[in-house]
Write a protein that binds this ligand. Structure first.
Ligand code: ATP
Length: 265
């Protein structure tokens, strides 16, 4: 197993890099995202225990673990929704400790939350327009919207339909597109496949792979380990709030412990 962090780089699939982005990755630069020894609590209950992880610019990394391991909490901590009591989270080498969630979106972090959290009464178009709320995104919102409709033609067909009336797969497309409307540098996705039919999971995994091929940096939380390792370059396994294993997708897929615990092989 290798420690977290292999490098690659690329351009945003959403067009030119907005100013103020972190520097491009190279061997000498820090990872785009560094989670260093964070402790996160809900009231008095500690959920993350000195958790470490790193994602380099252009990587697609999957964060795996069983129910309650702390995957959602990790993404929420990165997004600024549950701040760590100890440790630090750095983005492009800069500590996010004093940056609230809205500020993190401005810096280029976007979350596709578990359960999608769309505005059900609003149309697809309105949900997407609201995704471009950051200063960095407003300028290009119209072009980004066209790219989203090209990426997800189903959303284009349903642009005037209430988001709450979409199928589960379409809602997930809408949630991904809404996050992309903020023109992120780092896309955090929580449970892409949750509740979706296998054929839709395959389609969405393909979209994630395309976004990654276009240069997007992605941290993907997934219960469906087989699918996740199929698209990701590397995987991180957390167990009760601690990093348990890290390796390339091939290493993890071949690991007997993982095969027994998660793949039922
Ligand atoms: P799942 O796949 O079930 O969502 P997960 O790995 O994403 O699991 P988390 O949702 O991060 O895990 O939860 C980690 C632990 O924190 C669990 O024990 C959970 O019960 C607890 N927890 C999560 N959210 C809260 C909350 N708002 N208040 C109190 N405890 C919480």
């Amino acid at each position: 197993m290798t420690p977290p962090g292999t490098s690659s780089s690329g351009e945003s699939p959403l067009g030119e890099s907005p100013s103020g982005e972190p520097p491009r990755d190279d061997a000498a630069s820090p990872p785009l995202l560094e989670v260093a020894q964070i402790d996160v609590f809900y009231d008095d209950v500690q959920v993350l225990h000195g958790l470490d992880l790193a994602v380099r610019r252009g990587e697609l990394v999957t964060l795996l673990g069983s129910n309650g391991a702390g995957k959602t909490t990790t993404l929420r901590a990165i997004m600024g929704l549950c701040p760590p009591r100890a440790g630090d989270i750095r983005f492009g080498g800069r500590s996010l400790a004093a940056v609230p969630a809205a500020g993190r979106a401005e810096l280029g972090i976007a979350l596709v939350p578990e359960g999608r959290e769309l505005w059900p009464q609003l149309t697809v178009l309105e949900n997407l327009q609201l995704g471009a709320y950051t200063r960095r995104a407003r300028r290009n919102a119209r072009q980004t919207l066209q790219r989203m409709f090209a990426l997800f033609p189903r959303l284009d067909e349903r642009r005037d339909q209430a988001a709450g009336s979409l199928s589960g797969g379409e809602q997930q497309m809408c949630a991904i597109a809404r996050a992309l409307m903020s023109e992120p540098t780092l896309l955090l996705i929580d449970e892409l496949s949750l509740g979706l039919a296998p054929v839709l999971v395959d389609q969405l995994m393909q979209t994630i792979a395309e976004l990654h091929a276009g240069g997007m940096t992605i941290l993907l939380v997934e219960q469906n380990l087989r699918k996740a390792l199929g698209v990701a370059q590397r995987g991180l396994v957390i167990e009760t709030g601690r990093l348990r294993l890290a390796g390339t997708s091939a290493e993890l897929a071949g690991n007997p412990e993982i095969r027994a615990a998660y793949l039922g092989i």
